[in-house]
Design a protein around this ligand. Sequence first.
Ligand code: NAD
Length: 419
Amino acid sequence: MATIEWRSPASEMAVQQFDNAAAKLNLDSNLAGRLRRPDRAMIVSVPTRMDDGRVNVFTGYRVQHNDVLGPFKGGIRYHPAVNLGEVSALAMWMTWKCSLVGLPLGGGKGGIACDPADLSRHELQSMTRRFTAEIINFIGPEVDVPAPDMGTNEQVMAWIMDTYSQHKGHAVPEIVTGKPIAIGGTLGRREATGRGVVYTIMETAKHLGIDLLQCTAAVQGFGNVGSVVVKELANIGVNVIAVSDRTGGFFDAKGLPVAKLLEVADKNHSLEGCPYGEKISNAALLELKCDILVPAALEMQITKENAPRLQCRILAEGANGPTTPEADAILREKDIFLIPDILANAGGVVVSYFEWVQDLQNFFWTEEEVNKKLRDILVKAFHEVLNMSQKHKVEMRLAALMIGIDRVARAMLWRGLYA
Ligand code: NAD
């Protein structure tokens, strides 16, 4: 990300975080120079026939940051703000995340600049298939394995799997994760990220001596991650007092009726028109007095402007990159316990890894096995990060990055430089 093409607020933030951790690790400058930028970045045109007969040319991206530990792994995002810099930052975070939780996978990310809510099912399918065809020579079960992210879901994964399989002439379920169960998906994948966020919150509460039954929570974003976080928090007795999505938020100091919210979101595909609690903005939700705050939507939601007004005790980053480095410094002063994104939301890629392994072996696990293995991995990673943070007297984000980067750097040293 040293050159201009990769520059964006998100990529600058990812590089700044990397530089902080690299400095703390005394990382060799040659290695740091290689890790600051992706191995490969693709920009592709995605011509798509719209329902009215026009051909709309969307721009698609796939960035492969580092594959020293294994195949590139990372989601595909459909959102109007997708750009090369954002995708590059997300790919870099995937490298550290996979390494942190001990997966034999590297970091990648992709996306198309589009608003999926404006596209018909047919348009979405055509765009997805053409995008897959454009990047097909650079993905593969042993090369680069996509997954869902914002704006994509199991249906989009099924179209990618089908397009890839048609080109190969046989079914290749292991080309993507987050697929429907019927075509090789794993039990527990849809819930994995949100469930993982809650597992890390439970470990944090134990560490801080907090009783979760007395806790309140506010969650920004009500999609794949946010809605499951809300459901799982309610299941363990946390009082969810505020939720939001792109249409705005809802707040009730006494607690929101979670089951009913889930019903509304399921029916309307958003929280719009939800009859519960009072309406609040997304910005106001972040500043509510609560014990647990979970940003589970976009990057850079917590900045130097609003960080001084945060009133939570635990900040669990369901989203990738929701907190800027300037805000990190403020949160440290406020004594807010941070569960950083590459730890808090790693449940998604962990169960994606389980799905890939099951597909490769053609042997499938029960949901109990999936959840137990997921929890074991996240609890272990949580304590490794906590120990690192205590040993080096650094905040949790820096500790998590140090572990993730160090493992990648060591593997690169063993493999050397092919030149
Ligand atoms: P999603 O598309 O399923 O849901 C996104 C949610 O955010 C929706 O409720 C949407 O309405 C809301 N939203 C969009 N713009 C918003 C705004 N400006 N303010 C408030 N809410 C807004 O996406 P997701 O898969 O839940 O991903 C959410 C975040 O979690 C992203 O940062 C993603 O990278 C991260 N993440 C996802 C996974 C996964 O497995 N899906 C894994 C790890 C991290």
